[in-house]
Ligand binder design. Structure first.
Ligand code: TYM
Length: 341
């Protein structure tokens, strides 16, 4: 086993669950960075709507279909180009689930039980959680490794799942005495890897938060965005001279991070620009920036959603291209495991 991925094609894979609207957290922590990696051109890029993951908790079928197309529209409106990247819906590429089964037989119960997201999501009612929710991370490992992806851009909350992905690849390689799966590198970088709730700086911004005021949705109007930032929790202190002055000020830090990520600056540059100003001055600047950046994305999403047949056509084409990569990798995996053709 080796950590040397040089024999693998540089390839990026990442996914988002179509389990509800897209938030500014998803946009800044994931999609915007996916677009940057696509444009950098140094890697092949594959981006996914993980519908099989979404159903690990109950999804109304009509909503799942609508949310999957809306997520596709969100990717496209944000700048994912289906010519430059492969854009897919997970269930249309069956090799994800097929490799997921093999990995269910590689991963150990003890590894899975340690997953904090499982513990958080299943909570006290774990006896009643779906088996799929428990097995969620093995399917995620399969999403990545069925492409031999070398790099995975994600937000901070996915770090543990990516460590498990590395453990699964290493154990498979070790058990079968091969150097077949890469040991994938997580890419968790920049100011936006953990965007927090606008109401509580200790909680991450999430589509499942009961309060809509806690998040900016990609489809929010300019008025919604203005209202939510105006009411966002802050503290009475002015903005400091340096980012060190944001320590123990999670809400202030979060708004600075959002401004930095939206304007492609570092948090240092943002505080240098606004040092000494009150949030009464900073928030209107943040609203203007967010409306300028997010408004056109929301408009374009709404336009794309008018033509769901075109979205379906793009996804079918994406699945076809994806399977050119995944079918041979799955077949080789089966051969390694000893499955008779
Ligand atoms: P999901 O759908 O919860 O979130 C999608 C992406 O958005 C990031 N994200 C955030 N980043 C910063 N601040 C936030 N508040 C915030 N909220 C969400 C997430 O970190 C993620 O990158 N398990 C994954 C989906 C998945 C996947 C994969 C990802 C399935 N297979 C393979 C990468 C590779 C998830 O639930 O993401």
């Amino acid at each position: 086993m080796t950590d040397d991925n040089s024999k693998f094609t540089p390839r990026v894979f990442s996914g988002i669950q179509p389990s509800g609207g897209l938030t500014l957290g998803n946009y800044l922590g994931a999609i915007k960075r996916f677009v940057d990696m696509q444009e950098a051109g140094s890697h092949e890029t594959i981006y996914c709507m993980v519908d099989l993951h979404a159903i690990t908790v109950w999804q109304d079928p009509a909503d799942l279909a609508k949310n999957t197309r809306e997520l596709a529209a969100g990717y496209l409106a944000s700048g994912i180009d289906p010519e430059k990247s492969i854009l897919i819906n997970q269930s249309q590429v069956p090799e994800h689930a097929q490799l997921g089964w093999i990995f269910n037989c590689v991963a150990r119960m003890g590894w899975m039980k340690r997953m904090t997201q499982w513990k958080d999501k299943a909570g006290k009612n774990s006896e009643n959680a779906s088996l799929g929710l428990f097995g969620y991370p093995t399917l995620m490992a399969a999403d990545i490794l069925v492409y031999h992806a070398t790099h995975v851009p994600v937000g901070e909350d996915q770090k543990q799942h990516l460590e498990l992905t590395r453990d699964i690849a290493a154990k498979f390689n070790h058990d079968y005495g091969v150097d077949f799966f890469p040991i994938t590198e997580p890419v968790i970088e920049g100011t936006a890897t953990r965007i927090m709730s606008l109401r509580d700086g200790s909680k991450k911004m999430s589509k499942s938060d009961p309060s809509d005021m806690s998040r900016i949705n990609l489809t929010d109007t300019a008025d919604d965005i203005a209202k939510k930032f105006r009411k966002a929790k802050t503290d009475p202190e002015p903005l400091p001279e340096t980012v060190d002055g944001l320590e123990n000020r999670p809400e202030a830090r979060n708004l600075v991070n959002i401004y930095a990520a939206l304007s492609d600056q570092s948090a240092d540059q943002v505080v240098a620009e606004f040092a000494g100003q009150q949030f009464g001055q900073f928030k209107p600047a943040l609203v203007d920036l967010a409306v300028a950046k997010m408004g056109p994305i929301g408009d374009e999403m709404n336009r794309l959603m008018q033509d769901p047949a075109e979205i379906d056509r793009l996804l079918a084409r994406g699945a076809e291209r994806a399977r050119e990569i995944t079918a041979p990798i799955l077949q080789q995996t089966y051969d390694i495991v000893g499955m008779v053709r």
